[in-house]
Design a protein around this ligand. Sequence first.
Ligand SMILES: *Cc1c(COP(=O)(O)O)cnc(C)c1O
Length: 231
Amino acid sequence: MNTANLLEIKNRINAAALRAGRDPSDIELIAVSKYKPAEDILEAYNAGQRHFGENHVQELVSKIELLPGDIKWHMIGNLQKNKVKYIADKVCMIHSVGSVSLAEQIQKEAEKKNCDVDILLEVNVAGEESKSGFSAEEVYDAAMQIAKLSRVHIKGLMTVAPFVNDPEENRPVFKKLHDISVDIERKKVDNISMRELSMGMSGDFEVAVEEGATFVRVGTAIFGERDYSKK
Ligand SMILES: *Cc1c(COP(=O)(O)O)cnc(C)c1O
């Protein structure tokens, strides 16, 4: 972890926002700390960072226990239904809801815990085989079904764009997620907000900001390469 990296990313987000005529304060940086030790998170925290993203339930839960209570945790990874119970009342938002049945499971746990859960619908915009999420075609109907769940609140959309060498290649993906959110917003359905767009990672977050991201999820560019051999 390097505080200078964090500040540089923030400056680049601000510059991208201004280029696009947006207010930089409308974009929240989520520091993706998966595979990184608690000390790295604390260092970023001490530099003022409050939003962190994790993609494994167990790792997320143990970090929540160790770290300051005012951190806003974002679940950004594939979430198994049997693990919803461990995080439903502990996270700021679940970004990776890619099925109606997962949303129903979140509702069940939220009822038990008497809490409300904010979620994003994950859309596999590029239609990649390896990625989870709703297809662009099915997300609208899914949103209508999930909107009926009293304790689950749709706040917007999320996508994991393809891995590309030139970030410009992902501009159409980000544009499309934005277009889908505008279409859904237009229907003015109770319990659906399309305020948030979670898109953009280390390699392409500036393009995502130019295309309307409100959350960018940046790991490597802040914390350095991940070591997948240890955890
Ligand atoms: C790991 C991860 C990120 C961060 O990726 P970097 O390329 O390290 O910035 C963002 N979003 C999701 C869903 C991830 O799993």
